[in-house]
Design a protein around this ligand. Structure first.
Ligand code: 13P
Length: 251
């Protein structure tokens, strides 16, 4: 059994002051932090300060994006090696906002995944269907296709101990969430897909997170389901008062 994992995706929000405020508030929850693996993904400019800020806290940090290339004339990009240098544990890849607004397709996401993994970052592969895809009954085929793009390019030892986050696009930032059965169905399908691709032991090493409108009020129902190893939290992770209840719901 994994410890439950909660990854806070701050997206393009927050400031250095707000990161400090969040970490000092979390400091009093040290017992909680030892029971749950908590990670913070702030905007990239703040990553280099995390090592210092988290020195006395059992908290890891990660990037919201990573380049698929190692280095070169690629203005604005950040490589996996640079993220490792500032102590990142995770890199989100293929978040639906990147797919939607920045044109990242499955192949590009797979290259980012490989770039992250090759430098010992843990990729958090984000998958999820749009509302139209759900209404057409395509949810499982969409998420499997997103996953397959990575599976086709990797092998079992690389895929072990990574993270997949199921985030239905229509649930992100909307206050809407899937039913428990809908989450169970997708997470079970992802787990079974990994069993088929590799084997049961390997599939159990992969953490499957749910994300999309998770709040203190629904965290216990959404994140304590079978095959749900934790959550990827957006809006509610920005303030301690809305983030801490999610953590408390998991212990
Ligand atoms: P919200 O929790 O704001 O719905 O965002 C979820 C998300 O996109 C996390 O990556």
């Amino acid at each position: 059994m994994h410890k439950k994992r909660v990854i806070a995706n701050w997206k393009m929000n927050g400031s250095q002051t707000e990161i400090v405020a969040m970490l000092s508030a979390l400091q009093k929850d040290n017992k909680l932090l030892n029971q749950i693996e908590v990670s913070l993904c702030p905007p990239a400019v703040f990553l280099s300060s995390m090592k210092n800020l988290c020195a006395s806290l059992p908290i890891s940090w990660g990037a919201q994006n990573v380049s698929d290339q190692e280095d070169g004339a690629l203005t604005g990009e950040i490589s996996a090696k640079m993220l490792v240098e500032v102590g990142c544990r995770y890199a989100l890849v293929g978040h639906s906002e990147r797919r939607l607004y920045y044109g990242e397709d499955n192949e590009w996401v797979a290259r980012k995944w490989l770039a992250a993994r090759s430098k010992d970052l843990i990729p958090v592969l984000c998958v999820g269907e749009s509302l139209a895809q759900r209404e057409q009954g395509d949810t499982l085929s969409v998420v499997k296709e997103q996953l397959n793009a990575v599976l086709e390019r990797t092998h079992s030892t690389q895929f072990a101990h990574t993270v997949i986050a199921y985030e239905p696009v229509w649930a992100i930032g909307t206050g809407l969430t899937p039913t428990q059965n809908e989450i169970l169905e997708v997470h079970m399908a992802l787990r079974e897909h990994l069993v088929k691709q590799y084997d049961k032991a390997l599939s159990q090493t992969v953490a499957l997170l749910y994300g999309g409108s998770v709040k203190g009020e629904n965290a216990a129902q959404l994140l304590n389901l079978e095959n749900v190893d934790g959550g990827l939290i957006g809006g509610a992770s920005l303030k301690y008062d809305t983030f801490a209840p999610i953590l408390r719901a998991l212990v």
